[in-house]
Design a protein around this ligand. Sequence first.
Ligand code: ADP
Ligand code: ZN
Ligand code: ZN
Length: 827
Amino acid sequence: MSASFSYCDVSLPVPLDQPFTYLLPETLRHRVRTGCRLLVPFGTRKLTGIVLRMHETPPESPAREALGLLDEEPALDGELLKLGLWISTYYCAPLGETLRAMTPLAGDVRRGKIYSLTSPGRDAARQLHLSNGGLDLGSDVSSAAGNKEVHGDPSVQILRLLDARPLSGSYLAQKVGRAAALLRSLEKKGFVESEDTAAGRDPSRASAARLRVEFLKRAPEQIKAGKLPKPQRELLSYLELHPGSHNLAALELSVPKASTAARALARQELVRLTSEPVGCGTASIRPPHTLNAHQEDAFNKVHAALEAKRFHTFLLEGVTGSGKTEIYLKAIESVLALGRGALMLVPEIGLTPAVAGQFHHRFGDRVAILHSAFQDAERAQEWKRIRAGDASVVVATRSGVFAPVRNLGLIVVDEEHDQSYKQQETPRYHGRDVAVVRARDAGAVVVLGSATPSLESRYNAESGKYTRLSLPERIEQRPMPRVELIDMRQEFLETRKSATFSRALIEAVQERLENGEQTMLLLNRRGFSSFVACRACGERLECAHCSVTLTYHRRDRRMLCHYCNYSERVPERCPKCDSEYIQFLGLGSERVEDELHGAFPKARIARLDRDTVTGKHDYETILAGFRNGDFDILVGTQMIAKGHDIPNVTLVGIVSADVGLGLPDFRAAERTFQLLTQAAGRAGRGGTPGIVLLQTINPDHYAVRCAAAQDYEAFYRKEIEFRRMMQYPPFAALANVIVRGLREEDALQRSAALGRLLRPAPEGVSILGPAAASLSRLKNEYRYQMILKASSRKRLTDVLTELRRFAAAEKWNPTMLSIDVDPVTLL
Ligand code: ADP
Ligand code: ZN
Ligand code: ZN
């Protein structure tokens, strides 16, 4: 029996701190509960908010009436609401925006269509992106095609939105005017395909990435000989030669136009199309292992804590290949046996179909997968299964920390040092830290795992806040890879050539090719040349909107800004001195691949970086190809460094260990150490021992030296001293305060006003700045920065609250002040 109230306070996703009071219509009075989502009028808009409280107190000005209730069950239970409040205070973020980030995106699972790009559509989007217009989409689709001003062209907008990920029709309708008609037209032209969200639909309507195709019967010879169009014939012969079912999107790499051909063939009943189960891939399923002594020891401690049903945090420090995953899986089994639920967080890039498959295999239907790349409807569906208690094991990326797992008993955070756990927009929370707070309130156990723990977590383990567990050896006593440092300055002195690859690296790759073993090559910078400069006057070409140099991408023959995606053609002459000596400097992964082809013309080479991974399945497709031995060499950015377990890789080459080392950021050394160690850890995970060749011009830098020695301990000792001396985390609570403005004057003056407000500095707080941020201009906005270091968390929160109050009182536009608490980068 629920009580009836006339009013409720609703927290809305707007950058204002207070809740708003609404009148509840008669029909809703008995149904609304705290934590439910409510649709309300706000200005001229309709917004979805979260009900915080119901009451009988009429507000001072007459309240508007709520429009509708989205949940019968609260979307956020008491525990999660409390967590939201904590996040809002700790990270200085408005509550409404915080709560919105905690609930699934889709308002509800309505029937509707999900749109995605076809491969011609993707090409079109790319081309548009690069050419800033000029693509002929057909006059009735794009009235502004060929016109300079393409940003405003709605069909171009749609292509661009869909290039990022598949989207629902209702979402597109919100963003773009006349979306429905434009989508129909784009679909007719073959740029876009749609899929019904309602279950049980004809599978051949699903997007290629979600379909498997299988050979059904031999086509009569006459059809094969002539009647069928070429793509269909090609697909048939491919399927005949490669029995079994294939993912359609993956097939498109080998068979041109496979997707269209498969659909046509399915109608003729020559092939069968089935939908790919959500999140489940072509993983090689491994049986559970018997734990070795170190694993056993670590697991027993976790198990005891689970049985005690009390909050406890473990830091599982295990070298690469030491078998951390098996401990996670066993711990999850234990917690399920105790009748509680489990949540496992993985980095953005760590949630591959292979990982999902492993969990499905072990826990079957009890697993739900939440990935930011999933469509809203898909996520909402998984979310409902979790809330209903049908799924008690959740594997998720960052925002999955808010999954409504019933009776939560365990949270695992894999690769806890990974930066993708920090959200880079409001609320700027850290998934790992939120996990610990959530577990504390739920009386759950936390396991943070990493081969290279963050300084913060390791420090917490030292100080007794966390319990440290260690796996010091690789599984089956496989040796750690041998790392050789190659001093590229010495190499230059000896060869008198500034080459991308040292002689030793070339030789080692050659050896692998001869032995049929595989090589991974890391260069953590995409593009061809990292900057373009004038040889006469030294001018470096910068983005028109940001204070950063443009990167040359040869495939597109354009220079691209990696911060805002602005692009332009390479000028024939220097815009400053008019000389024609434009040169391309600095190495990127695209050029590494190019030079590799030159050095090893016969090698099969693939590249994994943000330029080659654009769709949601590209990443897994390329990796799976490499794992299957379709390629000899995989070149890539940090994407190749994470968690992959590919036994045939016996050589890891780090083309330059120096990328990122010189950044003006107190975490530069930590990040470099982590990246190099993780990358090195990819070598020799199978039976054959591996070697790592690490090219650098900073062979004496401690991050490089410790990574070469695979010595986390030594790195930690050195780095923690630096942090202590400089009063950086974990020895201070840190915040990065940025004041932004389209006019430099505004940003400058306002940051100065904040500076004055904090003078003299409050006790226990030290302030750097205000000064121009190291990224002084970004997306047309000028940026001024203050870095606050406080001796206690409370002091920091107090000062930040004061700054926010000041900005609100001065009626600053809320986007002008951005506060990043516990920043992972100060750029
Ligand atoms: P980590 O995450 O620590 O780098 P993984 O969990 O990927 O390591 O384990 C490395 C490899 O060892 C995997 O192939 C895994 O299946 C295997 N493995 C894990 N535990 C055992 C065990 N007790 N016995 C044999 N193999 C194991
Ligand atoms: Zn010049
Ligand atoms: Zn830019």
